[in-house]
Design a protein around this ligand. Structure first.
Ligand SMILES: C[S@@+](CC[C@H](N)C(=O)[O-])C[C@H]1O[C@@H](n2cnc3c(N)ncnc32)[C@H](O)[C@@H]1O
Length: 212
């Protein structure tokens, strides 16, 4: 049977659609935060991914710190740590990261001697995409982790937080975190809370904290 030749309109339509998806991805919360992370992290830096998940942020940090840098990545789920391990191995980045199956609320215990040395800490709260939605970050442990992370940050260091609410996430974690961040000493930390102002249905909140 003779194959139908694709019309140029269809190809054009597909390209347009692809461009539209690219544009949407660029404005996703994680991509938005990544711009600031990429600007912040230099070769040789020490960084933390507090919620490794599928390893996207761990991979980014590993790339940015280069061979001389170090990355610590935490997750309480074995599935997440394994996914991150696999991702780093495939990209040849395994040597740059220490993967920890444990809570970020204990991060200071795992990263001794790093107080005031960390360049960037990434939090992407909520549940593992494609995983069990009932295993998600919780307000009390998230607050502990942020407090420890802030002590670990160096002057000029950046903490990036993607905060979700509504649906499976509820509102407690978002409200507790925002309350806590509001209390931070303005002489020591700059806190920027961004907003997807015209998006309906509880859009996520990208938050940046800079240690002054
Ligand atoms: C939205 S996902 C992270 C996505 C990830 N940054 C990525 O690039 O794929 C949130 C992750 O936080 C993890 N998590 C939940 N509570 C945690 C805790 N106390 N300590 C560390 N990780 C935790 C979950 O298991 C889940 O994998």
């Amino acid at each position: 049977m003779e194959r139908k030749k694709r019309s140029p309109e269809t190809e054009k339509h597909k390209k347009e659609k692809r461009r539209e998806i690219d544009r949407m991805e660029q404005v996703q919360i994680t991509q938005w935060c990544r711009r600031f992370i990429e600007e912040q992290v230099q070769e040789g830096d020490w960084c933390i991914d507090a919620t490794a998940g599928n390893g996207n942020d761990t991979e980014l940090l590993c790339r940015l710190v280069g061979e001389a840098g170090r990355v610590w990545a935490f997750d309480i789920q074995e599935q997440a740590i394994e996914a991150t391990r696999k991702r780093l191995a495939e990209k040849g980045l395994s040597d740059r990261a220490r993967l920890i199956l444990g809570s970020h609320a204990e991060m200071e215990r795992y990263i001794e001697g790093a107080e005031g040395r960390i360049s960037c800490i990434v939090f992407n709260f909520g549940y593992l995409p494609g995983g069990d939605h009932s295993v998600a970050t919780q307000a009390d442990t998230s607050v502990k982790a942020i407090q420890q992370g802030l002590r670990l940050l160096k002057k000029g260091g950046l903490m990036s937080l993607c905060i979700y609410s509504g649906g499976d996430s509820g509102f407690t974690e978002r409200d507790v975190l925002l309350d806590d961040l509001k209390q931070l000493d303005p002489k020591q930390y700059l806190v920027i809370v961004s907003e997807y102002y015209n998006r309906p249905n509880h859009p996520p909140l990208p938050v940046l904290v800079i240690r002054l």
